[in-house]
Design a protein around this ligand. Sequence first.
Ligand code: URA
Length: 441
Amino acid sequence: MSRTYLDLIKRKRDGAVLTRTEIEHLVQAIADGAVPDYQIGALLMAMYIRGLSAEETLDLTLAMVASGDTVDLSKVDGFKADKHSTGGVGDKVTLVLGPLVAAAGIKFPKLSGRGLAHTGGTLDKLEAIPGMRVNLTLDEFVDQVKRIGIAVTGQTLELVPADGIIYGLRDQTGTVDSKPLIASSVMSKKIAAGADGILLDVKCGRGAFMQTLDDAVGLATQMVEIGTAAGKVTRAVVTSMDEPLGLAVGNALEVKEAVETLQGVGPEDLREEVLFLGSLILVMAGMASDEGAGRAILQPLLESGTAFETLCRMVSAQGGDVRVIEDPNRLPRATRIIQVEATADGFVHGVDALEIGAVAMELGAGRRAKDEPVAAEAGVMIRAKPGGGSIHRGELLAELHVATGREADIRPADLEVRARQAFEMGPSAPARRHPVLATVP
Ligand code: URA
């Protein structure tokens, strides 16, 4: 049997295009545990180096979808929208966008993940709310979306088991950052999750997988092609991840900022990004003719508190303590906060998202090892960003919120230096930048 796989590996190594039947056969065998890890690793390296044609990428994606369960949302009326971010720092978009579009009548069934390396995960953020359940059964999930239009939970079904195996091996074989492999991995899970429309938020910049606009647009294009070919309404935006999104990085801090944004007082870049993405979802659903029309529907829902009420309903339905959403000062709070001050006068030109994400992780907001618990109260509050006016020596750049009980092993003085160095300063005000860099198509 493994002879067949060896022939396929050699063909891919030599630059051949694999047929749909060959790809289906391979992926099913991988999901069944019939292909040894060393052969999967060799195949991935051949794919990484030789690349995959658009057709091979689609065949790989659909074969991965077929390797496990899929979510059946046919009993949920209306347009079901899903959104996926390729991962960023301070990215609490789901917590604001979901309730906002649900308040406009979109159904928002969302399977989310946990933080990875320096990037945060929606499930960890939601768990900062005491009592919040993120392990809904499939029946609970579908029922909640029917009743209140939104549910955000972790994955309980075995969706795309082939991706679980392949992703684990990519991590160990230097084959993570391949566009067709990322595209098939992300899109197989989105297609299996069953929504009608998929909006992809491809992060671009220092704190993201894709460092250049060309690469980010390339990945977005491949993902949109796959989604469209699979019969989903699919669009992508490329958004900046040079700097963290908003001001809060860390689980409870981000929930608080999401609540503030839903109450109309959040940071400008987060609000802009959410309104842009939300408008696109309304256009995808046929509820708005263009981005401007979408905004005109969404903005009043933020201002009237309707979107915020939708978040409260979701939190309550999932067992969370709504009092902490109504008064975010009741969220878990750090007792030790380190102030990071400017050492010279000037303007903030950049805040290195990768470094701030790494500092937040060290403070306890993320996992240094796979199963490490995260501290809800830990993270970084940024106090100065580009576009925010001049800063004088001694003024606050950021606050570091230290995980309670972990003060001894985090070396706060080192983190303070690293956080300060993450701020790039200049003598004059920088040009304003919009967080959305491109849309596809
Ligand atoms: N996220 C995924 O799910 N897969 C990848 O390959 C990269 C990011």
